[in-house]
Design a protein around this ligand. Structure first.
Ligand SMILES: [Zn+2]
Length: 253
């Protein structure tokens, strides 16, 4: 499978720390940075978006993705998430106040947007790929996603502090090729990382002891202001399988 990094951290776009990964050109894991990273022709190909949690850095380009492509022939979008995520989409985003309720537009019978509730850990298939939403430990109900095709599996944790079940599921994957997880704050901001449900290099190091498979681990989420410090602290962990995700890069797994 191909995973293109649409957004992962500040990188060379100062001030932004949005998260979005594009799988096989048509499926997004989170949608913090889709319309900015994709041309209109590429945007219209996106049909399915899995949302880990409703925080803006994972969802803020959704309204514009729909708006940009609303009148394109055959355009429609499905958003997947656990019950709490779908409820937040309905109540706080597509509520006619923040943005139009596209689940009724252009009409109730053929809306451009469908919200699809998924059950934790229950596999579902989109375009030949199997997905599972697995709970992690963030401020609000949040899941990572396992993505599998016939040859490979990848695990994306989304935003999380120290967590348990995610690593259990990851360790049970047969064809695991990579883990994508986060490190948001440097070690000196451990208290802030703790209250906001994020990892620092120190807690990441402890989390990675739970990973029993030898695979590359890619990191996103570095707050732009702390990127330099974070890179140094991550390097100091001396884990050769640890890499920062590269914005704009396409990975093949
Ligand atoms: Zn978050």
């Amino acid at each position: 499978m191909r995973v293109r990094v649409l957004g992962c951290y500040g990188g060379n776009i100062p001030g932004h720390g949005m998260t979005s990964l594009l799988v096989n050109d048509t499926i997004c894991l989170d949608a913090g940075w889709t319309t900015e990273a994709l041309s209109l022709r590429q945007q219209v190909k996106v049909k399915d978006i899995l949302i880990s949690h409703p925080h803006l850095d994972h969802t803020c380009s959704l309204p514009f993705l729909i708006d940009n492509n609303f009148s394109s022939p055959g355009f429609s979008l499905r958003i997947y998430g656990i019950r709490e995520v779908i409820a937040a989409m309905k109540n706080h985003l597509f509520n006619n106040h923040t943005w139009p309720d596209f689940t009724c537009l252009p009409n109730d019978l053929t809306p451009v947007l469908k919200l699809v509730e998924v059950e934790e850990e229950k596999p579902f298939v989109i375009n030949g790929l199997t997905f599972r939403a697995v709970p992690v430990s963030h401020l609000i109900p949040t899941t990572g996603f396992i993505v599998e095709d016939k040859k490979s599996a990848i695990a994306y944790s989304s935003d999380t502090g120290p967590t348990h079940r995610f690593w259990e599921v990851v360790n049970g994957l047969k064809n695991l090729k990579a883990v994508i997880t986060e490190t948001s704050f440097p070690n000196e901001l451990q208290d802030l990382a703790h209250v906001s449900g994020h990892l620092t290099p120190a807690t990441l190091d402890r989390e990675l002891k739970k990973l029993k498979q030898k695979v590359p681990v890619y990191l996103y989420g570095a707050k732009p202001k702390h990127l330099k410090t974070l890179k140094a602290q991550i390097k100091a962990l001396k884990r050769s399988n640890l890499h920062m995700l590269v914005q704009g890069k396409t990975y093949k797994f």
